[in-house]
Design a protein around this ligand. Structure first.
Ligand SMILES: [Zn+2]
Length: 245
């Protein structure tokens, strides 16, 4: 059954492509123009449908505009590829759980919203409520909710927010950890916090070492939370079962 895997990858890549449109058109004034055609950023030419196929177009155009040869920014290619792969992993996870098809739809939506939060925070250092609220809504449909973990996560982040006077963590991170804790429960939330702080520390250390950042510059923490949440969700049971304690 390779057909369904391909279909899910294509669905995920298209979801990533749509997210790329949201990200690139977000700052423009006069509202979001979601349905307008795409243009080359450099020469302004309207793109043909086959120049807009997620993942594939970038590959067969070799990363350049067909007419003006300007480089196409590779971020959107990576976004689409990552999104396609994430949908696939979610599908494999769903297969192992023996859940009905309806749940696959809900978990794919959760995957998309996690990626949306990841890339929006990375680009704009904000976690918009237009993503957080629908994400919370779909979490509330799940059979098991973990309110103690949600409030422990929330209070921990509010504490960090007050101690660092809002420079370390944003309120968006506090809201995000509340929803993630509600969904994943205490053990997987602790695992995700451990992974997120570890990865965040390593990346911050690397950027300082390469002089790409200064002590004062702000590194969005949301992408680390989301990345760690995906790992903890997909493989948390496996990892936690193999810990020595
Ligand atoms: Zn061009």
């Amino acid at each position: 059954m390779l057909a369904i895997e391909l279909l899910l990858f294509a669905l995920g890549a298209s979801g990533g492509s749509f997210l790329g449109v949201l990200i690139s058109r977000y700052p423009r004034k006069g509202g979001l123009d979601l349905w307008g055609r795409s243009y080359c950023d450099n020469c302004g030419r309207q793109l043909a449908w086959w120049e807009n196929i997620p993942v594939l177009s970038f590959l067969f155009l070799r990363g350049r505009c067909r007419t003006c040869k300007a480089k196409i920014r590779p971020e959107y290619f990576w976004l689409e590829l990552l999104s396609g792969l994430s949908f696939l992993v979610t599908f494999f996870w769903w297969q192992q759980q023996n859940l009905a098809w309806l749940w696959l739809g809900i978990y794919l939506l959760l995957t998309w919203f996690l990626l949306a939060i990841f890339f929006f925070d990375r680009h704009y250092q904000i976690i918009p409520d237009v993503f957080l609220l629908p994400f919370l809504f779909f979490i509330l449909l799940l059979p098991h909710l973990y309110f103690p973990a949600a409030f422990i996560g929330l209070f921990f982040f509010l504490f960090l927010y007050i101690v660092t006077k809002g420079k370390g963590m944003g309120l968006g991170d506090a809201k995000l950890i509340f929803v993630l804790g509600l969904w994943l429960g205490l053990a997987k939330m602790l695992l995700l916090l451990y992974l997120a702080f570890l990865a965040g520390g390593l990346v911050a250390g690397f950027l300082l070492w390469r002089h790409r950042a200064r002590w004062k510059s702000r590194l969005a923490f949301g992408p680390f939370l989301v990345g760690a949440a995906l790992v903890s969700w997909w493989w948390g049971d496996y990892i936690l079962a193999r810990l020595p304690w």
